[in-house]
Design a protein around this ligand. Structure first.
Ligand code: GDP
Ligand code: MG
Length: 597
């Protein structure tokens, strides 16, 4: 395809503003799918994505429109996948900015728009859902101009649901988004945008060709990874797979090269010709690192092998999470896993329980701490990275601890502002900016990531009745007054419940945990103290009173079957308990205690 006939664009939208619906409409209008095939949203092809309405893996579709090839790049819609988003955006020259005509501009939209602007994109605003009675397109236009600073005069008014404005959008893409540039005679240079495992094709690699061309039978080299492969398929999605003879400059499509694991295909890598390589790799390659860690343990210890297999399988298709074996006195054998963020953690956890039918206990999520250690008699001074509170070194050797900080943007209607400010303050936030736009406040805070992985998002949503939106990126690590808080049940520390907390918030966190455990752990024949402690110092305490001697006493010895049933029920319950300091702790108690941090 000649360069001037190509347009590459992505769609930026806040969750639920209509990105997937619009994408489906564009595909339908340009003939990719018939009405009958449009039953399900095409671009969201994983169950979890569909249920939550979020896009996790980028997909791309080639559309034919009035003699032009339009490549629609769907980008992941969540902050956890920021790097993948940045690579998808780097593969395009423009973007449709879809804003819900009734909801207006949201914080997450902003972050993506700014990224898009950074990539020099031509942005075409689309005001969607104008069919809604609550639609206020003029107000939204003003917001786009005031908040984002983009001219919105020629914003396209559309309803993806009713099919209004679809041709106008396609025409705007052709007229306003610039054609890509590139040199067909230069050595091959293509960006690896995304990859996934397909049971029939093996690893499928989504690429954007910058210079040169790529075809079947060609020997290619991944410049960052350093590996060489033989291309065995070249094609595109319409969204059905279509094989092509080659992909030239400016084009987006896929290749397969008999690659078995996605871990070998790193997003952002440069693909070049093995025999005639490009002089230098594309800029912007970044190694993605997990930022949130937690332990995953099977509820039933017999499921450990099954968990190992399932995690290994998931990892085949998602190289961005890490895992290694972990043992816990309380929870037995499991895995310490690293994720890009909390949503990523939830996705993996949910897939393990749904697709692999595993009951899991997840320990409290932890961020990565940098711990500076002084020298000891036997070891020199050093810095370590701590992923697991249970591995906290001897406090006497700790010189200082650094924790990761984020820059967060929160967008919230005025009426909830007070409570949100208090939440951020309670979480050690530093306010950077507060501006008002059309009855809503835009807040910028620097926050320790540690305080965010601990239920921040849930609190934000509940305080604002779901109206607040939240977006963040990591900025740096800063020294903090951090300590390991242990939870003791009947005077024994339960490793799975220990966490790293800021000294200033330790007491409140400890008290909360003790109170919850008091309700969650059943009574025993003896009194059970539950304590939160830092080092040897108890900072919070609750006591579970002793139970009356005989549970069956209340049966008055009369009804034998009823008595037996009660005993059986007790036995049944025991199987799902872990004994700790001679206290039986039900699995549910761990799950519930940890869920709330
Ligand atoms: P995404 O999260 O941005 O991909 O949003 P979806 O495309 O999944 O749409 C979210 C919800 O809005 C769905 O229930 C859609 O049916 C609905 N929706 C999308 N476009 C329109 C529209 O133009 N009008 C109305 N009334 N609803 C729409
Ligand atoms: Mg969607």
């Amino acid at each position: 395809t000649p360069l001037d006939r190509i347009r590459n664009f992505s769609i930026i939208a806040h969750i639920d503003h209509g990105k997937s619906t619009l994408a489906d409409r564009l595909i339908q209008r340009t003939g990719g799918l018939s009405e009958r095939e449009m039953t399900a949203q095409v671009l969201d092809n994983m169950d979890i994505e569909k249920e939550r309405g979020i896009t996790i893996k980028a997909q791309t579709v080639r559309l034919d429109y009035k003699g032009h090839v339009l490549n629609l790049m769907d980008t992941p819609g969540h902050v956890d996948f920021a790097y993948e988003v940045s690579r998808s955006l780097a593969a395009c020259e423009g973007a449709l900015l879809v804003v819900d005509a009734a909801q207006g501009v949201e914080a997450q939209t902003l972050a993506n728009v700014y990224q898009s602007i950074e990539h020099d994109h031509e942005i075409v605003p689309v005001i969607n859902k104008i069919d809604l009675p609550a639609a206020e397109p003029d107000k939204v236009k003003a917001e786009i101009e005031d908040i984002i600073g983009l001219p919105a005069d020629d914003a396209v008014l559309a309803s993806a649901k009713s099919g209004i404005g679809i041709d106008e959008i396609l025409d705007a893409i052709v007229a306003r988004i610039p054609a890509p540039k590139g040199d067909v005679n230069a050595p091959l240079k293509a960006m690896l945008v995304d990859s996934w495992y397909d049971p029939y094709l093996g690893v499928v690699i989504l690429i954007r060709v910058i210079d040169g061309s790529i075809k079947k039978g060609q020997q290619i080299k991944f410049m960052q990874e350093g590996s060489v492969h033989l291309v065995d398929r070249v094609g595109c999605f319409r969204p059905k797979i279509e094989q092509l003879a080659d992909l030239g400059p400016g084009e987006i499509g896929f290749i397969t090269a008999q690659i078995k694991e996605v871990a070998q295909t790193r997003v952002g890598d440069t693909i070049t010709d093995a025999k005639r390589p490009a002089a230098e790799a594309l800029p912007g390659f970044k190694e993605v690192q997990p930022v949130v860690f937690c332990g995953l343990f099977p509820v039933d210890a017999n499921d450990f092998e099954k968990l190992r297999e399932s995690i290994s399988k998931l990892r085949l298709n998602d190289a961005s999470f890490s895992f290694e074996m972990e043992t816990s006195a309380a929870l037995g054998f499991g895995f310490r896993c690293g994720f890009l963020g909390l949503l990523h953690l939830e996705i993996i956890q949910e897939r393990l329980s749904r697709e692999y039918d595993l009951d899991l206990i997840t320990t409290a999520p932890s961020v990565v701490y940098r711990i500076h250690l002084t020298h000891s008699k036997t070891e020199p001074a050093t810095t370590i990275e701590l992923h697991n509170p249970a591995d906290m070194p001897d406090p006497n050797r700790i010189e200082s601890i650094e924790e990761p900080w984020i820059d967060a943007t929160i967008y919230v209607p005025d009426e909830y502002l007070g409570s949100i400010l208090k939440l951020c303050q309670d979480r050690r936030g530093i306010q950077k900016d507060l501006t008002y736009v059309g009855g809503r406040a835009q807040l910028r805070y620097e926050l320790p990531l540690n305080e965010v992985v601990f239920d921040f998002y849930d609190r934000l949503k509940s305080i604002s009745r779901g109206y607040a939106s939240f977006d963040y990126h990591q900025i740096e690590t800063r020294e903090g007054d951090l300590v390991k808080m242990s939870i003791l049940v009947n005077n024994e520390a339960v490793d799975a419940l220990s966490m790293i907390v800021h000294r200033g918030t330790a007491e409140a966190r400890g008290r909360g945990m003790c109170e919850r455990l008091k309700d969650l752990i059943p009574r025993h024949l003896f009194k059970i103290p539950i304590q939160a402690a830092i080092g040897g110092k108890v900072i919070a305490r609750e006591t579970i009173a002793a139970m009356r001697k005989d549970v069956t006493a209340k049966c008055y010895g009369g009804d034998a079957t009823r008595k037996r049933k009660l005993l059986d029920k007790q036995k049944e319950g025991k199987k799902r308990m872990r004994e700790y300091g001679s206290v039986q702790i039900p699995q549910e108690a761990f799950i519930a205690a940890l869920r709330m941090g």
